[in-house]
Design a protein around this ligand. Structure first.
Ligand SMILES: [Fe+2]
Length: 289
């Protein structure tokens, strides 16, 4: 009996090692240091055109629209597999995403409010509510592709692929949100005359207060728990990598379109404050251990 226990413990440690080794390769994925982020850092030192923000806003809203439905797919799958630990962590994630019982704290509401208010106040853009985002005329092919492939990954009949996709999505979220907050929102804070910026930044702060990093950690643990052998590790992390690929391709499309729109329409300069931050180097990744 003891021998059986120690050999299963040894195998589980071996799997953990294999998982970590494979993950190390994924953590250097180009999505984490994408040139779109450097370009945004550059823009945040001087400003951007209203057209650029308009393109970012609509594509980001369209891209993020399916976060709650995607997590709901994971929840259903976890329930069907009686994977109670993942059910608990994804349930908590969804509870946070949906505002913990308070509609105005749901991340979808905050997403809509933050981006449309910022567009109106800083860039004089007409709002486009999240529920109508599919009517936007500036959604890129890469964004449509992202949403289609995301749907395929989350509705896969293979539970391991679903968990791998969630891991990819949660892993990429923290750095993405940090960069967007610090380059597209904070440098324009002085355009706000009253306390409205506090409401607008809530969308970012409710993620960057450690919640998003925890979601990444929970998703990593759920993905690893699924793995019973090396083939499982391969399947799960292949889906993780596939998610990061579609995310990177969306950033490729946005970067190209930002270049093309650099001289298109009204240029809106940044307004610096003492608290404006340009240091976006403190990007956090889920711990490997
Ligand atoms: Fe969220």
């Amino acid at each position: 009996m003891n021998e059986m226990m120690s050999s299963s413990l040894l195998y589980s440690q071996h799997l953990k090692y294999i998982f970590q080794k494979r993950l190390e390769k994924i953590l250097v994925h180009r999505v984490f240091s994408h040139p779109f982020f450097s370009y945004l850092r550059d823009l945040s030192k001087r400003g951007m055109t209203a057209k650029q923000f308009y393109i970012y806003r609509d594509n980001y809203l369209f891209r993020t629209f399916n976060t709650i439905p995607s997590l709901s797919y994971v929840l259903i799958k976890a329930a069907h597999h009686c994977d109670f630990r993942t059910l608990a962590s994804v349930g908590r994630n969804l509870y946070e995403e949906t505002g913990g019982g308070i509609s105005k704290e749901s991340h979808s509401f905050l997403l809509d409010h933050s981006h449309n208010t910022h567009g109106e106040i800083v860039f004089c853009l007409e709002s486009l509510p999240l529920k109508n985002i599919h009517q936007s005329s500036v959604i890129l092919d890469e964004t449509y592709y992202f949403v289609e492939e995301q749907q395929k990954l989350y509705t896969s009949s293979h539970y391991g692929e679903v968990l791998g996709a969630m891991f990819g999505q949660e892993m990429a979220a923290d750095s993405m949100l940090r960069v967007f907050y610090q380059t597209l929102f904070l440098p324009y804070k002085r355009y706000y005359s009253d306390g409205k910026f506090e409401d607008v930044q809530e969308y970012f702060l409710c993620h960057l207060n450690g919640v998003e990093a925890r979601h990444g950690q929970d998703a990593r643990e759920a993905a690893f728990r699924f793995c019973q052998n090396e083939q499982d590790v391969e399947i799960v992390l292949k889906a993780t990598n596939a998610f990061l690929d579609i995310q990177a391709s969306l950033w490729d499309g946005l970067l190209m379109t930002f270049f093309e729109s650099a001289n298109d329409g009204v240029f809106v300069p940044v307004m610096f404050t003492n608290e404006t931050l340009h240091n976006v180097s403190s990007i956090s990744y889920p711990k490997l251990g």
